[in-house]
Design a protein around this ligand. Structure first.
Ligand code: NAG
Ligand code: NAG
Ligand code: NAG
Ligand code: NAG
Ligand code: NAG
Ligand code: NAG
Ligand code: NAG
Ligand code: NAG
Length: 501
């Protein structure tokens, strides 16, 4: 890694930083003298660079290049650069021929964090990162543009902003009484200054009892919460950043837009942890789309529907209701039935191909469909959250996509548990008879490319697991059938009707 001309002063360092033990690097400024190397600014979060990349101070610019010399990022000051400096505050600056002014500053081009003495002018923005460890642009934005500090959810990965979930309401039609700077002052207080010199404190924030023994920062977290932190300079006992105050106070309740997924991704729900931070989880029968991205939403582990729509007669054989209380998705109702009892409510959802969840409060039944949005953990009192999920094992004779988490990859490999064996074998046979072999290999492309061979393998495996041992071929016969020397006899059900189930 080539670094030209930057040396750290104080505790903040500008350098390439290794991204999560990968071979990728960020040009970043971070707190260097604490165990948790905390990035407070970066140039290329969306484009991490491989080893051999470099940053160069030319006569006109500060540029970041990949090993081939392709420019990935540049500072683009308006006038020529004479020198660059890292100030003790953590502000990295470019200077022109007049050394008393800066022609570019990291403080004026922030990413997700502001530091002591940093001032944001109107038009500034902070972008959250995608996850704690992925510095790509994330799902929230702090917009200080029109007199107010606003926090907005983003229609990720585009830049479209949904309605704000927090506003400082410091806009005034009279510009003198409107907010014009967001200040992180020398004694660690964050507030908005109006053009007439008045300060506007965030209503929920206390005055900081500043002490020179701490480092301070304020960061728009990947979870959308703007939090001010402190960290003891003397971190002998492995202390971490301590959250001091946040906006909004309760992220889970803050977003309530009729479009967008809410504080968490679709089909998930938000709850506040003991330390005050929000977290997202999946309801029963659902899993994270991406395990590394908790805000990325959840997906059902089974196909939606009810059985009626695909020719299967009885939804109650295929689906069941699981009760999961104290969560709600307040915006997804499409039907409200009343007066109804719980049995009626559950059945109504089971037999309704659109229904994914029903809320029952003793008398009323609200039905909801996917995708579920604005999910949150809340004390819902007497109401019950009823989830429609696929039964673990499909009924006999049923051949359809998706068997929960167990993916039938190769027949032999999955016939382990005796009880499931019969059902799976039956299922495999039904898939075979129904001309749906592709379901047995989970639509595996390589397998599907050679359908004839796949069909033969399936036939041979079905012969091998015949209920009646005398019908099973010997290993020699299996090899001969697979190699084409022996025809595979016409198949019959491995479990003749009535012999098992
Ligand atoms: C300093 O830079 C400015 C802007 O590029 C230029 O107009 C001016 O002539 C320069 N002054 C000197 C003394 O080089
Ligand atoms: C960060 O997330 C984005 C979007 O999911 C992904 O494309 C990118 O590869 C991730 N970056 C790293 C370094 O993992
Ligand atoms: C600024 O905010 C006010 C109050 O929300 C709004 O009425 C006005 O249209 C906004 N102006 C711009 C330029 O966005
Ligand atoms: C930021 O806020 C201003 C004023 O409310 C608004 O006009 C603008 O669209 C917002 N978003 C962006 C991306 O600037
Ligand atoms: C910072 O702001 C607080 C609150 O407005 C104020 O009491 C304090 O004097 C300010 N500190 C400095 C160094 O300006
Ligand atoms: C500062 O100290 C006062 C008095 O001890 C306390 O009430 C206040 O909450 C403290 N401020 C913060 C931000 O912790
Ligand atoms: C930091 O820790 C050292 C050793 O424990 C101690 O001597 C020093 O006084 C501490 N400094 C502060 C500012 O607490
Ligand atoms: C629910 O209502 C149905 C229809 O009125 C009735 O047949 C059933 O017994 C009720 N179930 C319960 C548990 O009350």
């Amino acid at each position: 890694m080539e670094i030209r001309g930057f040396h750290h002063q104080g505790i903040l360092l500008l350098d390439f930083i290794n991204w999560a033990n990968s071979n990728l690097f960020l040009l970043a400024i971070w707190f260097d003298r604490i165990p948790a190397r905390t990035v407070v600014w970066h140039a290329n979060g969306n484009n991490p660079l491989p080893r051999g990349s470099k940053v160069e101070l030319t006569s006109s610019n500060l540029v970041l290049m990949d090993p081939e010399g392709l420019i990935i990022w540049q500072a683009n000051p308006a006038t020529p650069v004479i020198s660059a400096a890292m100030l003790d505050t953590g502000n990295f600056v470019l200077k022109g021929n007049d050394s008393s002014t800066y022609i570019w500053e990291s403080f004026k081009n922030p990413t997700d964090t502001i530091l002591l003495t940093q001032i944001l002018d109107l038009g500034s923005k902070l972008f959250s990162r995608l996850t704690e460890t992925n510095y790509s642009k994330g799902r929230f934005e702090l917009n200080f543009s029109n007199g107010s500090l606003e926090l907005n959810p983003i229609a990720w990965p585009s830049e479209f902003q949904y309605d704000h979930y927090y506003s400082s309401y410091t806009y005034n039609a009279n510009p003198y009484e409107s907010g014009y700077q967001l200040v992180f002052n020398e004694s660690a207080n964050v507030y908005i200054v109006k053009l007439n010199g008045e300060n506007a404190q965030f209503p929920d924030w206390d005055r900081i009892n500043y002490t020179g023994d701490n480092y301070y920062r304020a960061t728009l977290g990947f979870d959308g919460v703007f939090t001010q932190y402190s960290h003891p300079k003397n971190s002998t006992n492995n202390q971490d950043w301590l959250p001091m105050q946040s906006i909004p106070i309760n992220m889970c309740n803050a977003i309530f837009n009729d479009i967008g997924s809410g504080p968490c991704g679709f089909n998930s729900y938000c709850s506040i942890q003991e330390n005050g931070t929000p977290t997202c989880d999946c309801p029963p029968g659902y899993v994270f789309q991406d395990l590394n991205d908790r805000l990325g939403g959840c997906k059902p582990t089974f196909p939606q529907g009810c059985g009626l729509d695909d020719g299967w007669g009885d939804p109650e054989e295929l689906y069941e209701i699981r009760q999961f209380d104290n969560v709600n998705w307040p915006l997804n109702d499409y039907e409200r039935l009343s007066p109804y009892n719980q049995t009626q409510c559950e059945k109504s959802c089971l037999y309704d191909c659109s229904c994914a969840v029903a809320i029952f409060d003793g008398r009323r039944c609200w039905k909801k469909r996917l995708p579920l949005s604005n999910g949150r953990y809340m004390d819902t009192g007497f109401s019950k959250t009823l989830f429609k999920v696929r039964k673990e094992v499909p009924p006999r004779g049923y051949c359809k996509v998706g068997r929960g988490t167990k993916k039938p990859v190769l027949l032999g490999a999955l016939l382990e548990e005796e009880e499931e064996r019969a059902i799976l074998t039956d299922w495999a046979y039904d898939c075979y008879i129904g001309g749906r072999i592709y379901l047995l290999v989970d639509n595996d492309k390589v397998a599907m490319d050679d359908k004839e061979r796949l069909k033969k393998w399936v036939e041979v495996s079905l012969w091998c697991i015949q209920d009646e041992p005398s019908k099973r071929p010997t290993m020699k016969m299996v090899l001969e059938m697979l190699e084409g020397f022996l025809d595979v006899p016409l198949l019959q059900s491995p479990f003749p009707l009535g012999s098992s189930g």
